[in-house]
Write a protein that binds this ligand. Sequence first.
Ligand SMILES: Cc1ncc(COP(=O)(O)O)c(C=O)c1O
Length: 314
Amino acid sequence: MAVNYYEQVWHNGEFIPWDRATIHVASHVVSYASCLFEGIRCYDTPNGPAIFRLKEHTDRLLNSAKIYRMELAYSRDQLIQAMVELIRINRAQHAYIRPLVLRGYGAVGVNPLKNPIEVYLLAWQWGKYLGDDALKHGVDVCVSSWRRVAPDTLPAMAKSAANYMNAQLIQMEAATHQYTEGIALDLYGNVSEGSGENIFVVYNGKIFTPPLASSVLPGITRDSVITLARECGYELVEQNIPREMLYIADEVFFSGTAAEITPIRSIDRLVVGNGQPGPVTRRLQERYLSIAQGRAEDKYGWLTFCNQPAALAR
Ligand SMILES: Cc1ncc(COP(=O)(O)O)c(C=O)c1O
């Protein structure tokens, strides 16, 4: 599948064409996965392109870099400004933005400290991550036989490329058995998350989601769902979730920048609820998308409007 990419790529402070955004295979990142990244959506709103929760994504990238002792030559504000500029220069109306921070070409060997740190910002057009029907009708998923990374192995709070080797195993196992996605358990057998999404369970009138200590990425969408669930008056509980709670839940859904809010209609071939997206999922999905797409008031200041000079000041 061809990438529907935007031509201009930001590299260490300069814009270069997509085809020149390349690295040498001897770069540290190729052998040792020393790369941190983000996935950010820019929505086509009535007031022009708007990046959803840009500041929070930038903060998570900087936190990932701190965990892995990677010092960036660019400040938070410079990165934020560069991403707005990326949208503007490419005249994008909507986009999926992929910031990358990686250890480049220099020394060989595991010790990363002698390799330069390269920063890239690129963007492409991306539709519905889990399929065109996913948001409307839900997806069929399985519990993976692969566990999420254990707490003292690879840090789950960092969005690092290395973690996505584990994600690939989960995703490939699911695909092999004709499921759209896999849900991983944590080291202790509690529910963790999907290969690229956080998870929420509606059970007995409350909404549950695993705590950060269950080896989950601190999802920006997860945080948005928590905020919106409380706004809607639902009780939201972060607690360990046993696997079997997935099977007896009234509703289960994924959250993620790419997946947005995707209902889950079956797990391990057991139907969730009545097999249709439930009322809580639908309400939160609509509330989330209406803010992200600029159809509702941006009361939490989640949107950065790229074509407005004031965008960067907020
Ligand atoms: C493993 C994993 N969990 C959760 C998420 C959801 O995070 P966010 O809502 O910030 O996109 C993602 C997506 O980036 C992910 O890759």
